[in-house]
Design a protein around this ligand. Structure first.
Ligand code: CAA
Length: 445
């Protein structure tokens, strides 16, 4: 079977930065370690006054098309995953196609376009749609462009305000991919949950503590469902495990639970038993409370073991390096985690071609999905072509009062003008409103 997967990826961060450990912590009188150690975040990316989900998505897509030497005719499908859409009818992919048509010869009239919605998992679902379209033989030799783009803003003073972010990840899905081959094995955990939602409102209603529990519960279901098709997961099956990363602290919790699950009844559990005992089993306890207390104690002890810490440092921590500096990109977040892992491998001079990754996506509301990917021979060239570090370093560092103005500027209920902090350079910019309330864009040389 011909491999189908991600051929190329490009990243576009919002051009502004809010320093959490300094600016946010100081304003709120919080310990900086709450952000850097507790949440695991140093800074958030935010959109400048001329940026939005269309500009960031189109800019990431243009970088990808330019680098791969693509023309509109090479792309048969444009899908956007977002939970920040400003239009309930016209999909963001049409706006992005319109932007790209300003700078390329030819057009995307032949391309099937859509927009996927299921909170942060919509980017992964768009990849699935593209994969299925290619596997079904309906692509007529063309590739699919998937763009995951979000302005992950929360209402001011919401518990999620410290986890904000803004950015886009563009991915080319094609046959014989250079980056990763997608496995057909998938597992799902999906349930009707009321943890994080936007009922016709821009900023989410969030039950933060509950959202953490729902993330863990759905991930666990997805892992069990994945194992039911792919067989039991073992620690050394996967070189990296990129998770959806609302903030690195969330992944720290999920990784520990996943480790406990996959090591149960294995030699690793036996080996650990010498220092921390065996994992508590429900049948050994009279009630749920006692069992849960025993599990908490086991988990606390597990996280202190050298075996766990070595596995975490090798398999999970490399997926979090970009996230720490940009915050939550919602639909793009798990795809940024993949880039982060491969970038770490490249910087360490490792050859990871042929190795597998276990990729764990998640969307509130809620659904988790887990699948395997095999890293392809072209991965190092693809990752070496990215300039993520430069983009992160070049962001304008906002003061608190500037941040407040930026938040107002992007609040759909406020009609707030704001001078830009950065100068757009070879990128698409928001350029005002059209006669039917549509947003207009131009390319600035
Ligand atoms: N030094 C070091 N660590 C500190 C600290 C300090 N001074 N103060 C607190 N901490 C630690 C806490 O012990 C805690 O650690 P653990 O997670 O290991 O227990 C961590 O910092 C976070 O502290 P709190 O749990 O007290 O944080 P909070 O309640 O203020 O906020 C949150 C956490 C509720 C998740 C909030 O960030 C939020 O509402 N976020 C938005 C929702 C979200 O991201 N949910 C995640 C799952 S849903 C999802 O994934 C979809 C999505 O993208 C939104």
């Amino acid at each position: 079977m011909t491999a189908v997967g991600i051929d190329a990826v490009e990243v576009w961060t919002g051009n502004l930065k809010l320093d959490l450990a300094e600016t946010f912590a100081e304003e709120k009188g919080k310990d900086p370690a709450y952000f850097t150690k507790g949440l695991g975040l140093r800074a958030s990316s935010l959109p400048d006054s001329y940026e939005d989900i269309v500009t960031m998505g189109a800019n990431a897509a243009k970088k990808l098309m330019d680098r791969k030497g693509l023309e509109p005719d090479d792309i048969g499908r444009i899908d956007v995953g977002t939970e920040s859409s400003f239009d309930n009818s016209k999909p963001i992919s049409t706006y992005i196609a319109g932007c790209l048509e300003q700078v390329y010869d030819g057009d995307f009239h032949h391309a099937n376009k859509g927009e996927r919605k299921f909170a942060c998992i919509a980017g992964t679902q768009s990849i699935d749609d593209a994969y299925n379209w290619i596997r079904a033989g309906r692509n007529r030799g063309r590739a699919a462009l998937v763009v995951a783009t979000d302005t992950a803003l929360y209402a001011r003073d919401d518990s999620g305000e410290a986890t904000q972010g803004a950015g886009a990840v563009a991915m080319l899905i094609d046959e014989d991919p250079s980056l990763v081959d997608l496995s057909t094995d998938q597992g799902y955990g999906s349930a009707d949950e009321t943890d994080f939602l936007k009922p016709n409102q821009q900023f989410p209603s969030v039950d933060g503590k509950r959202s953490v529990q729902v993330y863990l519960a759905r991930m666990r279901e997805a892992l069990e469902d994945y194992e039911s098709v792919a067989g039991d997961v073992r620690l050394d099956d996967f070189i990296y495990a990129p998770f959806h990363t609302p903030y690195p602290g969330m992944v720290r919790k999920a990784a520990a639970l996943a480790y406990r699950h996959v090591t149960r009844d294995t030699a690793v559990e036996d080996e650990l038993a010498e220092s921390i005992g065996r994992q508590p089993r429900r049948e050994s306890f009279d009630d749920d409370g006692e069992y849960e207390e025993a599990v908490r104690e086991y988990m606390d002890a597990l996280k202190e073991t050298e075996q766990y810490q070595d596995w975490y440092a090798a398999t999970v921590d490399p997926t979090l390096t970009i996230s720490r500096d940009v915050g939550n990109w919602y639909t793009g977040s798990v795809h940024l985690a993949r880039v982060s892992a491969l970038k770490t491998a490249l910087e360490a001079g490792r050859d990871v071609a042929g190795e597998s990754m276990l990729v764990a996506s998640y969307g509130s509301g809620a659904q988790a999905e887990i699948h395997g990917e095999i890293i392809q021979d072209g991965w190092a060239d693809e990752i070496a072509a990215l300039n993520v570090d430069e983009q992160i370093a070049e962001r304008y560092d906002l003061s608190w009062s500037e941040y407040e103005l930026v938040h107002d500027r992007h609040n759909h209920e406020m009609d707030s003008e704001l001078e830009e902090f950065t100068t757009p350079d070879a990128e698409f910019v928001f350029d005002g409103w059209g006669r039917m309330g549509e947003r207009k864009y131009t390319y600035v040389e």
